[in-house]
Design a protein around this ligand. Structure first.
Ligand code: HEC
Ligand code: HEC
Ligand code: HEC
Length: 277
């Protein structure tokens, strides 16, 4: 190819890219996204998207962003031995472990382990990309959502962060943070109890400070994602803070995870939320 021709085609290509991009942005502005009817988990990668990059990047490096690996053979052998787990066993498909080490297991849109199939026998297991942790870890939705990931994401996007706690609560976001940790940390079914080792003691105020160490993850590209209304929101006391939502309780029956009746925070039939009395 001649040099001028090369330059010409490069110019054409970049014009096309710029125009295409602008078209997209316009379309987005015009069209408010519709809120999906059914609550569903979407995964941490979606929360990163164009919205929470610093939170996502910090989470990837945080203990919650790596919980799935702990279920693999050879990981944390000492800790497993201490609680009579087999350090050589692969626990990545064990329902009990998946409940607390992945996102939305056994709920709509949630993580599906290797070997999952639908009725027609088609493989439905979640894809796992080691470069991009997602539903296979304890993701954003295990603390922020009841089951409405897809729904509240649309609310957040449409309002560009200018929302009240109550606006997202309608779609399943919960703000009863202290309550949420009890799903796993102080749950009777966790093998890792304070009686086994002091390090498993759970002090909410102290641990909370370690969840989002975002300070080092702001850069030129995500600076514009800093939350603008966060301080106003912090002053608001929402419904789930006054009366926390119930936490799903579960049992393992014939090797499968079953949620106990009446313990789900979201009532699918009534389309309403169950608050603690
Ligand atoms: C009810 C929730 C729950 C269940 C069920 C559960 N875990 Fe965990 N697991 C946790 C929590 C919470 C921690 C973190 C404890 C801490 O650091 O205070 C943890 C930590 C771990 C650790 C790291 C411990 C350390 O000291 O390094 C391993 C390994 C682990 N889990 C494996 C498993 C395996 C394997 C199963 C299934 C047999 C399982 N877990 C089931 C909640 C759970
Ligand atoms: C283990 C529980 C947990 C996980 C997992 C988690 N968060 Fe959080 N998040 C919290 C807690 C607790 C707070 C409040 C304290 C704070 O801001 O550090 C919070 C606050 C936030 C806020 C500020 C909200 C506001 O308006 O004040 C954002 C945004 C956020 N998280 C996004 C995310 C994203 C994105 C992910 C996943 C990449 C995520 N979180 C994963 C517990 C969690
Ligand atoms: C779905 C289960 C789950 C929920 C909900 C959860 N955690 Fe965890 N958390 C874990 C697991 C599993 C680990 C172990 C990670 C590891 O050892 O690498 C962990 C580890 C941690 C750690 C790191 C411990 C350390 O020694 O540094 C902190 C801090 C923590 N959790 C705080 C919280 C707080 C605060 C909440 C509630 C807002 C919460 N977690 C909710 C499962 C959960």
């Amino acid at each position: 190819m001649g040099k001028t021709l090369k330059i010409m085609s490069l110019i054409l290509l970049s014009v096309a890219i710029v125009m295409g991009g602008a078209g997209d942005a316009d379309a987005k502005k015009k069209k408010k996204k519709k809120i999906p009817k059914k609550p569903s988990y979407v995964g941490a990668v979606k929360c990163n998207g164009s919205c929470h990059d610093a939170y996502y990047q910090a989470w990837v490096k945080s203990p919650h962003g790596g919980t799935f690996n702990l279920l693999k053979p050879g990981e944390r052998a000492e800790a497993k031995k201490r609680v009579d787990l087999d350090p050589e066993k692969d626990y990545t498909t064990t329902p009990l472990c998946l409940r607390c080490h992945t996102t939305g297991y056994k709920q709509r849109g949630g993580f599906k382990p290797a070997g999952s199939k639908n009725k027609k026998g088609k493989d439905t297991s979640s894809t796992i990309d080691p470069e991009e942790p997602n539903k296979e870890q304890v993701g954003c939705e295990m603390c922020h959502s009841v089951a409405g990931g897809a729904q509240m994401r649309v609310v957040m996007k449409n309002t560009k962060g200018d929302f009240k706690k109550s606006d997202t609560e309608k779609y399943g976001q919960r703000w009863d943070y202290a309550n949420v940790c009890t799903r796993c940390h102080t749950h009777p079914n966790t093998p890792f109890k304070p009686s086994v080792h002091d390090k498993y003691k759970f002090n909410f105020e102290e641990r909370k400070k370690k969840v989002h160490k975002i300070a080092d993850y702001w850069n030129e590209d995500n600076m514009d994602q800093k939350l603008e209304k966060a301080e106003d929101r912090a002053k608001e006391v929402s419904q789930s803070e006054k009366t926390p939502l119930v936490i799903e309780d579960f049992k393992i029956k014939k090797g499968k995870l079953k949620f106990k009746k009446g313990t789900k925070p979201y009532n699918k039939k009534k389309k309403s939320f169950n608050y603690q009395k």
